[in-house]
Design a protein around this ligand. Sequence first.
Ligand code: ADP
Ligand code: MG
Length: 501
Amino acid sequence: MAVQNGTEFEGQVTVASRIVDTLSSGLYHAPSACLKELINNSYDADAKTVRVYVKPDADRIVIEDDGVGFSRKEFQSHFDRVSESHKRDSGQTTSGGRKKIGKIGIGFIASNELCETLEIYTTKKGSSDLLCIVMNFDEMKKPIEQRRSKDGTVVKADYTGRIEKAEKDEQYTQLHLLRVRGEARNILASARSAANPEKQGLTLYGLLTSDVRDALADPKLKSWQQFDLYSKTMLEIALNIPVQYHEDWLTKKRGKQIQKFEKWCETTRFSVFYDNTELRKPVVFRPPTDRVLVEEFDFKGKAVSASGYFYVQHGTITPRELQGLLIRIRGAAVGDYDPSFLGFSATEASLLQRWVSCEVWADDKLEDAMNIDRRTLREVHPAYVELRSVIHKRLRAVLKAARSKIYEAGSTEKKETRTKNAEASLKQAIVEHVSQISPSTEKTVAKMWDELSKDKGAMVRAMKSRSIPEIYQIVVEVAEETLSASDARKFIRKLTEKLID
Ligand SMILES: Nc1ncnc2c1ncn2[C@@H]1O[C@H](COP(=O)(O)OP(=O)(O)O)[C@@H](O)[C@H]1O
Ligand SMILES: [Mg+2]
C-alpha cells in the first residue's frame, strides 16, 4: 500500500443519539430507497454521470460519479458525528445551479442497511489528495449499551482512512458497498419474479433504454410485479431520481407545464446508468383507445405552489404502479404513486380513479412537510393541507371532464355498435321469417330493408318520434296478434326482463 507518512487516519462514526441511530438504520423500506439516496447525493455533488454496478450477484455494489467529491475535513465534519446535514450551510443551490435534494444528513450512513463495509474513494478538483476510507459497520452488531459513550453519542461504525495521490484536475466519488447483506443481495440481483419467487420474472437487465421503454409500454404489463426483483428495484430508483423522461412517454398532447418539466430534466443533464442501462423515468403511457385527456395545472397558493398534470385514459392505467398521484420536490419523488390521491373520497369516484395518473411538482414549501424517510408527508402541515385540497378540487373537475369526454363518449360508441348489431340481427330475422313464407320475396325484402337503413335520417326520425314505452307497446301488440296466448305471455315476460336488465 502506498501510504505516505502523516496521511493515515482513523476514527469512529458516531451519531448524536439513540434516536438518530435507529433512524439511520431502519429507515428505508427497500434497497432501492437506500440506493436512490446515494444517487441523489451524486446529484447534489453536481455529477453529470453516475454509474451503478449491481450485477452479477450484488456481492459488491459500486456507485461512481463525476461530482465535486469531498475532502478529509468535509468527511470528518459530517461523519464524526452524524446528525444533521451541512449541505445547505452554503446555500440552497449547488455551484452548478441545482437545488440540493439532501437536507437531513442520514442518507449516506443508511448504506449500513445494505452492506457491512463501505469503501469510499473521492477527490476534488484542484486537490491532489485522493481520500480513501474504509468504513466498517460491525459495530452495529453490538448491543446499543456497548456502543453508547458518556456524552450520549452512539458509535455507528469505525473507519480507517488514508490519503493517496490523485490528478489535480480530476474530481469523482466512488462508493463500494462490500459484504452486501443477504436480504439486500437477494433483492438487488434477483432474477426471481417479484410476484412469485418460485418463478423467473421478466427482466430489464442489459436492455437499451429504448427497449426498457418498450417493455414498459407493453399492454400485457399489468404490474411491475411481473418483473424480477432486480428490475423492479431499478424502476423504483428511476422513478425517484431527477433523470429525464423516456422519448414518447406521453401522447403528443402536452402543454406548457409538461414541456417545462421535460425541459428542466433535460437541461439538468443528470445521467444515471444502472449496469449500463441508462435510467429514465419509468412513466410511459400507452392509451388503449384514442380517448385521452391531459389536464395541466399551475397554482400558486399561500402555503405551497405546484404545477403538474392529470393524464386520463379510457380504461385502467397499466402498469398499475402508475395509477394515482406522484409528488416531486426538487425533482425527487416523495414515495411512490398514491392510488388514493391523498385520500380522495372513495364515494366520489372509484372506477374512474384508476384511469388517472398525476404528477405534481411542488415547490420548496412542501419540503418542510416531508417526513425524514422522504416517503410520506405530514398530513397536518399547512402546505400539505393546502395541496391536498387543491388537488382534490382539480381531480373532481378532471373526473367530471373525463366522465363526459371519455367515459360517456365510450358509451355512445357502444350504443352505436349495439344499434348496428341490432339492425343486422333484425334484418336476418325478417329475411328468415319471410323466406319461410315465400322464398321468392326474400330478396325483395332484404333489398327493401337495406334501402330503409341507408336512409339514416328516416331511421333516426323514426326512432326519435317514438318513446320507449310506445315501442314496447307496439311490440307487445304484435306479439299478442301473432302468437298463441301462452307464447305471447312467454315472449312479453322475456322482453320485459331484457329491457329491465
Ligand atoms: N457522491 C457524493 N459526492 C460528494 N459528496 C458527497 C457524496 N455523497 C455524500 N457526500 C457528502 O456527505 C454528506 C452526507 O450525505 P447524506 O448523509 O446523504 O446527507 P445529506 O445529503 O442530507 O447532506 C453530504 O452532505 C455530502 O457533503
Ligand atoms: Mg443525501
